[in-house]
Design a protein around this ligand. Structure first.
Ligand SMILES: [Zn+2]
Length: 300
């Protein structure tokens, strides 16, 4: 069982998917202490892996499940997990409630955006409405939620002690064995630069020692990486605005943006050291992040 012990109480549970570049990419965070809680649960396909990890770690009860957002790769398995922990409250943004109660639109939307990837993640089961807790009101167990829209309008980050669980509000992170990292904005349409930047600023004001990413892993280089990510968002806007002027087709524009960003953005410098599967995965999400900027820049 592949469980990564970060500290005595904090575990990173990789939820590897049977897709190129997804080993690892998706994960659930487990805090195990006086209270036990999860941050994100991954898709339905890997709920058995998550349950197995909880069993391995002797976690028989969960006091809360915190969802950073309800995209299928973070919350698609919530219905399946909830049927195993039927009394555990589920904390998320209240605008996500209807979609967790009846996930049919969430599933259709996932299929439309992600296609075969959504199929691999598996269909989303509903949860009982009475379990849903509004993150904006939640203050139990010393957990403090922060509304951090940008990656999604309903995105929430959570502070517990020294740990800040930032979902995708700080970008998508990969660490290399030498300590260097790759960090890409996670800005799918509809993205609003000011909103994304404001959320990074919110996180920058939260004292913490470890920043726990939704994808993938943890850094002690915080708040440095959050500051770098904020600069990166502005740089992406400048570069993409420039490329939008010259490209004739969307495909050409995406290719030009990606090429220029890879040349100019120091946080993407490790691209060539990532394996082919990871680059394939990243290209898909990279394009989506560029599309988010393009949509925003067209309106401003
Ligand atoms: Zn995600």
């Amino acid at each position: 069982m592949n469980i990564i012990e970060i500290t005595k109480n904090l575990y990173l549970i990789p939820l590897d998917q049977n897709l190129p570049g997804f080993k690892p990419f998706i994960a659930s965070w487990l805090y195990k202490g006086e209270k036990n809680f999860l941050v994100d649960v991954g898709p339905a396909s890997t709920i058995p892996v998550l349950l197995n990890a909880l069993e391995t770690l002797d976690v028989t009860s969960l006091d809360a499940v915190l969802l950073t957002h309800i995209h299928i790769d973070h919350a698609g398995g919530i219905g399946d997990l909830s049927s195993r922990f039927p009394d555990t409250p589920i904390v998320c943004h209240n605008s996500a409630f209807p979609h967790l109660k009846d996930p049919s639109r969430l599933w259709e939307g996932s299929l439309k955006t992600l296609g075969a990837i959504a199929q691999a993640y598996g269909p989303i089961q509903p949860v009982r409405e009475s379990l849903l807790c509004d993150a904006a009101q939640f203050r139990d167990f010393g957990i403090t939620p922060f509304l951090t829209p940008g990656h999604a309008v309903h995105h929430v980050s959570y502070l517990f002690g020294d740990y800040l669980f930032g979902g995708e509000a700080g970008g998508v992170f990969t660490e290399f064995p030498d300590g260097s990292c790759y960090l890409r904005p996670a800005t799918p349409p509809r993205f609003f630069l000011e909103t994304g930047v404001q959320s990074v600023e919110t996180l920058l004001q939260v004292p913490h020692k470890l920043f726990c990413y939704g994808h993938f892993g943890v850094t002690k280089k915080t708040p440095e990486l959050l500051k770098a990510h904020k600069r990166q968002l502005f740089e992406w806007a400048d570069i993409i605005r420039e490329q939008m002027r010259t490209a004739d087709t969307e495909a050409e524009m995406l290719a030009n943006c990606m090429k220029t960003l890879l040349q100019k953005d120091p946080l993407l410098a490790r691209w060539d050291q990532m394996d082919a599967g990871v680059r394939q995965r990243e290209t898909t999400f990279f394009h989506n992040s560029i599309r988010g900027f393009v949509g925003y820049l067209k309106e401003t």
